[in-house]
Design a binder for this molecule. Structure first.
Ligand code: GAL
Length: 515
């Protein structure tokens, strides 16, 4: 596990400190780095200090990391550096010449890019598999790591490169990936939501269809028709799904409910606000909310919308059948506005994962979040929680699905195809989803060892009305989803119901559905 874990911390650190300017995205990854000398780490050494000594630049340590990892592939006496911030006494490092280091840095697109991360690692006899996603949090990483382990077991000669970019719902990831792809540099596979999100990557140009993967693995026979419909875009499949997530879930901390004398999970908004008042009176923070990743408010509002109308009406918002001028949309905005008054004031400073942590730590009682929160609970060994569909949305399953796509310029397409075969397989989905907090995309998974929430989600999926999530790529074309996002972001500070409803109606009209 530790083997892959470093990279997200490292990527996040790199993003925070902007350690290096991002070079040309056209740079082709290179692995040509020779060692001018070796160096044995002694007490107090850091890679920064070594690079300062060798190259007169405290930030030029990437070539040392890359050179050492390359050597490690051939000669195990060299260290394997997974985290540039943590090296150990006695490690043997490879120090490339100043010229080689300079040449490397000139091509290095930075550590927060798939191509850049790829340059930091050696290749196996059968090359690399560069996997790009935004899965860096507890349950997310735990699930992904299960798939890495399986892939490694089946393909020991392939070096897996985890090119994750932190930021819930892919808010950082998608833009960075797109500019990489446009620049001609691609990972081997990347996380893509089922539905309209494929349009972001100019399907057929930046990504190729994966119809063959479906055919050779007979996937049309094992995914539910609702999901297949969501996945098919412009007559093709662009990703192999690993899961189905539910977005409209209200989570609560049972101990805090007990403390405040709340005996039943709120099923209506009246019950919800009554419970929130009781919590407040007991000195407990009623609602945990994030906002830092830029999707949490939008996510919460789509759940409230789905709880303010029938499933058909909600689905109709995205097909032109339901007007955004409906009083039910105004009502949903009013409810959301009231909901926000019960949330932690610092929500803009917290990621979804940090907000979920408030619930785990008993610092806040309720949180609307997708069922990846369940993955966080599992990762934190937290069991004293309950769940309920977002008030009013019982019987409606706001759905999304994570798939893996195939870039046209994947540097290791054979390995990418092996990964896609694995992603669609039952053993991988059973192992992944148990930790990720989602149900399988496949219909034949065995849930007997899954927790009670996931077993209930699997049942709900069978009987509920399935409607698409806008925040997670399924419901609307990217420009419309962005207009929705912008309107809700603004609402977070303005609280202006009429103006927001008008903006949402305008967004639908701009997308081709006159209101
Ligand atoms: C969603 C994604 C989930 C989960 C979540 C938070 O968009 O589909 O798998 O990772 O973001 O990052």
């Amino acid at each position: 596990m530790a083997k892959f874990k470093w990279i997200y911390a490292f990527v996040a650190l790199a993003m925070l400190l902007a350690l290096l300017p991002i070079g040309s995205v056209n740079a082709a990854p290179t692995n040509a780095l020779a060692c001018a000398k070796t160096y044995t780490v002694s007490a107090g050494d850091t890679l920064s200090a070594i690079s300062d000594k060798e190259y007169g630049d405290i930030k030029a340590y990437w070539p040392i990391m890359a050179g050492t990892n390359l050597m490690n592939k051939e000669d195990a006496s060299f260290a394997r550096v997974e985290n540039p911030d943590s090296i150990e006494v006695g490690w043997k490092l490879c120090i490339p010449s100043a010229d080689d280091a300079k040449a490397f840095l000139a091509q290095f697109p930075g550590p927060n890019t798939p191509a850049g991360v790829s340059m930091l690692f050696g290749k196996g006899a059968k090359g690399q598999l560069i996997v790009a996603s935004w899965w860096t949090n507890g349950g997310e990483f735990a699930g992904l790591n299960e798939m890495f382990k399986m892939f490694k077991q089946q393909n020991p000669d392939v070096e897996i490169v985890n090119a994750a970019i932190a930021g819930g719902a892919g808010t950082n990831f998608k833009g960075q990936l797109l500019s990489q792809l446009l620049g001609g540099v691609a990972p081997d596979t990347f996380q893509l939501h089922a539905g309209w999100e494929a349009d972001t990557y100019d399907p057929g140009t930046l990504i190729v269809n994966v119809d063959d993967v479906y055919k050779r693995n007979n996937l049309e026979a094992v995914f539910p028709p609702t999901l297949l419909k969501m996945l098919k875009f412009k007559d093709h499949y662009w990703g192999v799904p690993v899961n189905i997530h539910r977005s409209n879930v209200l989570w609560y901390n049972k101990a805090l409910f007990e403390k405040a004398g709340i005996t039943a999970a709120p099923a209506t908004w009246d019950e919800f606000f009554a419970a929130a008042d009781k919590l407040k009176a007991a000195g407990i923070q009623p609602v945990a909310l994030g906002g830092k990743d830029g999707f949490e408010l939008q996510h919460t509002f789509e759940g409230i919308l789905a709880g303010s109308m029938t499933a058909d009406e909600y689905a109709g918002l995205w097909t032109g059948a339901t007007s955004w001028k409906s009083p039910k949309v105004a009502q949903a905005l009013e409810t959301f506005k009231k909901y926000l008054t019960y949330a932690n004031a610092d929500h803009d400073a917290l990621t979804w994962a940090a907000a979920t942590q408030l619930l785990i730590d008993g610092k806040a009682a309720m949180n609307i979040m997708g069922d990846w929160a369940n993955g966080q609970f599992v990762a934190a060994n937290f069991t004293n929680y309950g769940w309920e569909p977002v008030p009013g949305s019982k019987g409606t399953y706001v759905a999304l699905s994570d798939s893996f796509a195939l870039p046209a310029k994947a540097p290791n397409p054979d390995n990418a195809n092996l990964w896609l075969d694995l992603a669609g397989s039952r053993p991988a989905q059973e192992a992944f989803n148990k930790l990720k907090g989602s149900i399988c995309a496949r219909t034949d998974c065995d849930y007997s060892t899954y927790n009670a929430y996931l077993q209930s989600a699997a049942k709900d999926w069978q009987v509920d009305s399935i409607v698409p999530s806008v925040t997670h790529g399924a419901a609307a074309k990217p420009s419309w989803a962005k207009a929705y996002t912008d309107a809700i972001t603004l609402f977070g500070t303005s609280g202006d119901v009429a103006a927001t409803q008008a903006a949402l109606a305008q967004a639908a009209a701009d997308a081709g559905y006159p209101q």
